[in-house]
Structures are given as C-alpha cells and as structure tokens.
Ligand binder design. Structure first.
Ligand code: BDR
Ligand code: CA
Length: 319
C-alpha cells in the first residue's frame, strides 16, 4: 500500500504526544512535517515538546516547523490539564534535534502548493487550535488544491463543551481560525467531543498499554496516569478520553468510525458561546455540508488498535 502523506499540526500536549507516538510507528503514513502551534502551552513549549517527542519515538528525522505565536485575534488561553510543561510530570531529555528555519505557515504553503502540482494530495491532521492552517489559507487560498482532507480534533456538537459550557478547547482557543478553515471549502473530517467521549481510557487499558510498549512504556505510563486524573475529576467518569490520537486512528482504521455530513458554523462573536461548533444536521441553513462529523466510534476496536500500534515499540527495542 502506498503511504498517505500527512502533516501533523499540533500543540503537545499529552494526548497530542500519544497521537504522534502512534503515527511514528505507522508505516502507512508518510509524516512530511510536524507544525506545533500556540495552544495547550505557549509556542516555545509546544515546539520543544514536539522535538523531544520525535526523539522519544525514534523519529528525529521528521522536520518540526514552529507555527503561530498567538491565535489569529484573541488572547491565548492555554490548556489546563497537561501540567506545567504540557507533558504532565514527565521530564524528557533536552532535545538534540533543532527546529527548522522555515515557519509552519510557509511549510504548509510550500508543501501544499507542491502537492497541488504533483497531484499527490496531503492530509492535514489538526490536533490543536487551527491557527497555522488558517493563516496559510489566508495567505494562499489556493493551497486547498493540495489538501486531500483535513482530519481534525475539536468541537462539541451534541455534547457540551469541555472548556466552557458550550465550547471545546481547540475551538475556543482560536475560533476565528476554525471559522476560516471550516469556510474554506476544503474536505474536513471532524472528531469532536461527541466522538472522543465514546472512547474512555480506563486504568486497565492504561496498564495494558504500558505493559506492551517497550521503549516508551515508562513515559507512556506517566503521561497516561497524569491525563487520567482530569476526567475522573471533571465528569466523574472512570478514565479519560484520548482525543487527539483518534485523528490518527481515523486515517488508519476508518472502519471503526461512523460519520454524518453537515454544514458547520463556528461562533466567534458571542462572549457566552465563543468557540461553539454548530452543525446543521437537517439542512436548515440552506448551505451545503462542509464536514463529515464523526458520530459513532467502535471503542473496543479503537483500544485494540492502539494496543497493537504501541506494541510496536517493543519490537523497536528488540531490533
Ligand atoms: C483538545 O484540547 C487539548 O487540551 C487536547 O490536546 C485536545 O487537542 C481536547 O479538547
Ligand atoms: Ca491537542
């Protein structure tokens, strides 16, 4: 099978890290670059974390391009559940690898323009606020021709928000950027809280993941233990959702997901509902659908999928 060229736009972040580590051991994916953005942490930190995670996962050759320093218009809000550094209590070695000279926005434009010319369209995975892609689209709208699709984590349709009553973190952190991307006409697959809350990572899953993941098991155990506390405290649920890793799972195992098409609107004016994602399920707006929204996830299948992928780190050590 020919590999799928992807760019991973992210704000690591504990769940971003698990998504990256999963992508690293998936040869079906050709990771062209990683583009950290200001999100869960200030840019300096998400860049550093991305560099460290590339080294942790044995993929130091993947270029990391620093993205936008701030959201398009609003002030940064930063994540609340990833600890002081964005990686919980985990301390990784200082990275040897360095960030590329080219900015994330220029990298997106350059790569997507080339993809438009070659016809080898690129999947853009958005795991954080969508500032980088939105700015690139504002600079060169024609880059949509190089995008196969955007597969993104963010939003809350039939679920309430996780950062405010109405809004999910990535959408609230840069609602203007989300509006730009969702109105660009590019094909979008949206993994919102409606999807991610269907896959709760319970302590017994964490134990299984840790036991199979060889080279990264210590770090994975720490990250997952830190992450797990959040939703137990917040929703009273046993275990927490994996959020960002589902983007990678969707690309590699789409049979585990069901979707419905709808026009998506992002609220970016109201103080009360800032960042809310609204789906026109019934065609009330008279506008064409703009996204495939994931409505159903096979949770057992997803856990088995991650278990199988993360077990590849054992093989890495053995090799
Ligand atoms: C999203 O917000 C961030 O804190 C996570 O990394 C994820 O991308 C979930 O709402
Ligand atoms: Ca994220």
């Amino acid at each position: 099978m020919k590999s799928v060229p992807i760019i991973i736009d992210c704000d690591p972040g504990i769940d971003d890290t698990i998504a990256l580590l999963t992508a690293f051991v998936s040869p079906e994916l050709e990771i062209l670059g990683i583009t950290p953005v200001c999100g869960n942490q200030p840019l300096e930190r998400t860049v550093r974390n991305a560099l460290q995670v590339c080294e942790l996962g044995g993929r130091p050759e993947i270029p990391v391009h620093a993205g936008c320093f701030r959201p398009m218009l609003r002030d940064p809000i930063y994540g609340q559940f990833h600890g002081k550094t964005g990686l919980g209590n985990t301390v990784l070695p200082d990275p040897v690898k360095t960030v590329e000279a080219m900015s994330a926005v220029d990298f997106l434009i350059d790569t997507l323009e080339r993809a438009a010319l070659s016809g080898e369209h690129v999947t853009v995975c958005c795991l954080g606020p969508m500032t980088n892609l939105a700015v690139a689209l504002r600079m060169r709208p024609q880059i949509t021709r190089g995008i196969a699709r955007v597969v993104m984590m963010g939003g809350a349709y039939r679920e309430p928000g996780n950062r405010t009553m109405t809004s999910e973190f990535n959408m609230l952190a840069d609602p203007h950027a989300a509006h730009v991307v969702f109105s660009s006409g590019v094909p979008i697959v949206a993994l919102a809280l409606d999807a991610t809350h269907q896959v709760m990572l319970k302590p017994e899953h964490v134990a299984q993941f840790v036991s199979v993941s060889g080279a990264i098991s210590k770090t994975l155990g720490e990250l997952m233990a830190f992450w797990d506390r959040n939703d137990v405290a917040r929703y009273g649920s046993r275990g927490g959702p994996l959020h960002d890793p589902l983007v990678i799972a969707y690309i590699l195992a789409p049979q585990l997901f069901e979707t419905a098409r709808a026009r998506v609107f992002i609220e970016y004016e109201s103080e009360l509902c800032m960042g809310q994602t609204i789906a026109d399920w019934y065609g009330k707006s008279g506008r064409e659908p703009s996204a495939e929204i994931v409505t159903k996830v096979n949770a057992e299948g997803i856990i088995a999928f991650f278990l199988e992928r993360l077990a590849r780190y054992t093989e890495k050590v053995a090799a």
